[in-house]
Structure formats: C-alpha cells, structure tokens
Design a protein around this ligand. Structure first.
Ligand code: ZN
Length: 290
C-alpha cells in the first residue's frame, strides 16, 4: 500500500536558525523538503534566492521539492538542477509554452511538476498530464501566509485524481497551503499523494520551532497510518527519489565534513610552549595640554 508523502515547507523555518531547523527536518519522518521560491512579481511576496538555497541543499538530506512561484521559471532550470533538486515545479499560469518547459526540466534530469492556482481549472492539464511527475493544487492563493484552506480544493482534488488515473499518468498530486490535521484527513481521503506542510494557517497553533519535530511527527504518523490512499506506484519514481536521497545525504555529509575541517585548526591548536607575555598595563597619559 502506498503512503502519502510529507513535504514540510522551508517557509515555516526559523530563518535566524536555519541550520537547527534543517537538522530537525533531517531527523524527522518527512519525506521531502518543500521549497517555495517567490519573486515579488508572480506572487506579491519574495522568499529566498539561490545563494541561501545552496546552503540549504548542502545541509538537508531530504530530496528537494522545489516550487517556483515565479515568472519565466525556465530561466532557472540550471540553478534548480545545480541545487541537486529532485523535483522542479512550475506554475501553469507562468508558462506560455508549458510543454517545452516540462521537457527542458526532464532533460535536465529532474522530475517535472505543474502547479495550478485556486482559480485555474484542472481540465487545462488534460493534454499534458501524461508527461507530468506531479500536479500541485494550491489550496490557498500563493504568496501570502496565514490563509485558510479553500474548501473547493477538495472537489478539484477529486477531479484531478480522476484525470490522473483515467489517463494512466504517473503524476503524484500535491496539496499546498492550509494543510493540518483536519484538512489533511480530508485530503488523504480524497486522494492527495503529497502534502506540503506550512505552519501558516496551521490550526494546531503549536509553537513555531516545535513544528517540525512534534507536529509534523504527529502528522506524518497520521498520514502514514492512513490507508485511504492509493497513489500510482511508480518504481521509476521511487528509484529516482532514492538516488536523489543518496545524493542529498552525500551533500549533507560533505557539508558537515567541510565544517569540521574549518573548525579543526582552531580545536587542534597546540598549547603554546611559552605563555604569551602579559599585556603591559598602559600608563595613564596625562591629558595633553594645549
Ligand atoms: Zn509550495
């Protein structure tokens, strides 16, 4: 039986202590790390850019699930690939030549996903769904935090499930926004494969820095125990994710080793044979007379 995939969002992290939060994700049962990149153009907000994500990618040992809420996402295929990303997800609304962009993402060796805004109908994916590895349904409007889950998403999810299954597509279905214990159960029952978790809009109201450890453990356990879901079991997908996971673990190990090397010279300083001369007290200078 297939189990739902949990992909906690980096947006929920404490950016003043990103390393600690990433470690929590590394230790958690989360399957992927969801990364929302915003450009302040397609969505009215800016999140983080590639220089920050380079370090995130090195530290995180989970496959990266990159969601680009940006115009002209095709310009950044190389950057997303260079992070070692498993999935590159672009918005339907930003791609005039969606088929081409999907092929380019695949040619770069990544899984390709397409996201639909709440007002964009599922039926628009009819001619491309067979080529997709994931369809992401936004269950809030992208770019704002603290929004409520849009109930219509459930009907859309059922429609999407039908479309995916009837076309033999191997696409996973991901839901992004307002996923919590209450909506999560409904989503899993309606056939969601992947749930992006974000503390914003989280009705659990748990303390922020315990989100990944405590709440997401509870959610993960809940989703994983829930037998309601059957998603397309693609061996190809599993193999690819496993490969990406190994690479991510190697990156994280290399990152830790580099930090070790940087720290070592300081830790291994031999004790000085002669104590450094004590600083000479500075005689108080009388104030110069002018
Ligand atoms: Zn997202």
């Amino acid at each position: 039986m297939s189990k739902p995939i949990i992909s906690p969002s980096l947006l929920s992290a404490n950016f003043l202590n990103l390393e600690a939060d990433l470690e929590k994700i590394n230790q958690s049962e989360a399957d992927w790390l969801h990364i929302d990149i915003m450009d302040g153009v397609f969505v009215p907000n800016i999140s983080f850019g590639f220089p920050v994500l380079k370090y995130v990618a090195e530290k995180c040992n989970k496959p990266l699930d990159v969601h680009l809420m940006i115009v002209q996402p095709e310009k950044f295929i190389k950057e997303v690939k260079d992070l070692g990303s498993m999935m590159m997800n672009v918005h339907y609304e930003t791609c005039t030549h969606l088929h081409r962009v999907i092929q380019q993402i695949k040619d770069a060796g990544m899984k390709a996903g397409v996201t639909l805004n709440p007002a964009t109908p599922v039926s628009l994916l009819k001619d491309i769904v067979a080529d997709l590895d994931m369809v992401l349904l936004m269950s809030v409007n992208p770019g704002f935090g603290g929004q409520k889950f849009i109930p219509q998403t459930l009907n859309k999810l059922k429609e999407c499930r039908e479309l995916v299954d009837s076309t033999g597509s191997k696409a996973l279905i991901q839901i992004d926004g307002g996923v919590n214990l209450e909506t999560g159960k409904l989503l899993v029952d309606a056939g969601a494969d992947v749930n992006a978790l974000n503390r914003r809009g989280n009705s659990l109201r748990i303390h922020y820095d315990r989100f990944y450890s405590k709440a997401s453990r509870a959610l993960c356990a809940y989703f994983k125990d829930c037998g309601a879901l059957i998603h397309p079991d693609s061996p190809d997908h599993k193999e690819h994710v496993e490969q990406v996971r190994k690479e991510a673990q190697q990156r994280a190990a290399a990152f830790a080793a580099r930090r070790g090397i940087l720290l070592q010279p300081v830790a291994e300083q031999p004790a000085a044979e002669e104590p450094a001369p004590a600083p000479q007290p500075v005689a108080e200078q009388p104030a110069a007379e002018e």
